[in-house]
Design a protein around this ligand. Structure first.
Ligand code: HEM
Length: 479
């Protein structure tokens, strides 16, 4: 069986305006604004040439050591530092340096800051959306997984580390405005990842030259090509806005959507991604829909990586969840059709219920946010960022033990692809009992605390009149 082939065949869609379509559980109508699939597919063969040339120049100036220091992490080259250091003396490096440090006129820092603040308000839903829909669901992109399968970064033993590094990048990008502006942490990490992408692309292309058939560029496109970059930036932004947030009951306004897209348009720009399609919410939505139609169709390798992601997250902080609960979240955020096409084991009603309650708690947290005084909001924002960084860097919390520099660690080699890791999908009854009690208590506490911020009682009285008994009386009768 060819593990790289999509599991179901799909015909080229009829993109005639007015036709209804459903892809990845997302319904939409084709319009004249949607890019044609045949045009979208042309981007499979274009890529970030400037960063590739820059990498060659860095190699000429400061050649990589044997295996580029895989034995001793300290001996890794710092590609960002080399880029900066030689940007004045080397033409190509100067060109890349100037490109990333030249802020385009469409960048509005105020708007980007508003986009970052949306993440603070909806952080729970966004992180779940990114993990279960953008990343895990994104593995349905059958051509993209061929690159990931070859690096081994999603092997079951290393996926957790890979996810933490990706989380670090995300947190740095949303931390504050200075972090994402030129020279800030999120900016530097984005440029580092851009160079890391070029390293991976070059390595895979070299191996294909050594052994024809190792990587089928004609079918899958150049590794980490423009189309897949667009799709990935779309997964961080547009897919969140129109797929995973609504599936969790969060609907951003037109203005909020534009703010959130503005943040990722800038990040995409630094990372060498075509980003003009993100200029308006309408064009971003149309591009997302064309790209998912073109790319999302899981293969056996998609199933391998999607399952490895769940296995790696089993019992790991911050969710500390058993696998069936993770599977239930995957079903909730991707829809039944896509989650089962990804080979995720079907969760029972108990775990679906728990996923639903988790959603309820997050809804309470995000809907109470606007009612909090400014100082409380800021303090909650800081706690979220601190918790996020601790989760990534603190060893005791299951973190890396350090901040990542996004170096080349998962080196593609001939004959190396990612296999599915073993897992035990059973959840014990003891855990189920403890969890039931936890859920009941959680819902009760959420209801009580929420009544401090939200006038549930008044609303109920307005709707149902004298039938409503005040909460104090109910509690008085109970205790
Ligand atoms: C512009 C959108 C993208 C963003 C924001 C992004 C983000 C990241 C981040 C943060 C890392 C570092 C994680 C680590 O070192 O473990 C990374 C590494 C990597 N990315 Fe991307 N990425 C994007 C596009 C892509 C695409 C389209 C591909 C295609 C397959 C890809 C493949 C990889 C690979 C192979 C690595 C190296 C680590 C590994 O082997 O798994 N990325 N990316």
């Amino acid at each position: 069986m060819d593990k790289s082939q999509p599991l179901s065949s799909t015909a080229m869609p009829d993109q005639e305006s007015g036709t209804i379509a459903r892809v990845c559980g997302h319904d939409f109508i084709w319009t004249h604004q949607h890019p044609r699939i045949k045009d979208v597919e042309k981007m499979l063969y274009t890529y970030d040439e400037l960063a590739m040339e820059a990498l060659d120049r860095i190699d000429a100036i400061s050649p990589p050591g044997p295996k580029d220091g895989r034995k001793c992490p300290m001996s890794q080259r710092d590609l960002y530092a080399l880029l900066e250091e030689h940007s004045q003396s080397d033409e190509v490096l100067g060109k890349l340096w100037n490109e990333v440090n030249t802020v385009p006129d469409w960048v509005d820092w105020e708007q980007i800051s508003r986009g970052q603040r949306l993440v603070y308000r909806y952080h729970g839903q966004m992180l779940l959306g990114l993990l279960f829909n953008s990343l895990l669901g994104g593995m349905a992109a059958w051509r993209v997984v061929e690159t990931l399968s070859r690096t081994g970064g999603f092997g079951v033993q290393v996926t957790r580390r890979r996810l933490l590094e990706t989380s670090q990048h995300f947190l740095e990008v949303v931390e504050d405005l200075d972090s994402v502006k030129p020279g800030g942490k999120g900016f530097v990490s984005s440029v580092r990842v851009r160079l890391l992408h070029s390293t991976v692309r070059r390595r895979i292309m070299e191996l294909e030259r050594q052994k024809q058939g190792y990587y089928d560029t004609r079918t899958w496109g150049v590794p980490i090509n423009d189309l897949h970059q667009v799709g990935t930036i779309g997964a961080y932004s547009a897919a969140l806005v129109w797929m995973s947030l609504p599936r969790q009951g969060v609907y951003l306004s037109e203005e909020e959507t534009a703010d959130y897209l503005a943040l990722w348009r800038w990040v995409g720009y630094i990372m060498g991604t075509p980003v003009d399609w993100m200029a308006t919410p309408a064009s971003a939505k149309a591009m997302m829909e064309s790209v998912i139609t073109s790319e999302m169709n899981p293969s056996r390798n998609s199933q391998v990586i999607a399952n490895n992601i769940l296995t790696a997250e089993m019992g790991a902080p911050p969710l500390n969840a058993p696998r069936p609960l993770l599977a239930a979240l995957a079903y909730r955020l991707n829809g039944h059709e896509m989650a089962s096409a990804l080979g995720i084991d079907r969760p029972n009603a108990w775990y679906r219920g728990r996923a639903w309650v988790l959603g309820l708690i997050l809804t309470f947290m995000s809907s109470s946010y606007p009612f909090l005084p400014e100082w409380w909001q800021r303090s909650r924002d800081r706690k979220f960022i601190k918790f996020g960084h601790d989760m990534v860097t603190n060893h005791k919390m299951g973190g890396l033990g350090h901040s990542a520099r996004f170096e080349f660690q998962y080196t593609p080699a001939l004959g190396k692809t990612t296999e599915m890791g073993a897992f035990d999908s059973a959840g014990s009854w003891q855990r189920a009992v403890v969890a039931t009690v936890g859920i009941v208590l959680g819902v009760a506490v959420a209801a009580l605390v929420s009544s401090l911020f939200y006038p549930w009682h008044e609303i109920a009285v307005q709707r149902m009149g004298g039938m409503v008994v005040p909460a104090e009386q109910v509690l008085g009768k109970l205790f």
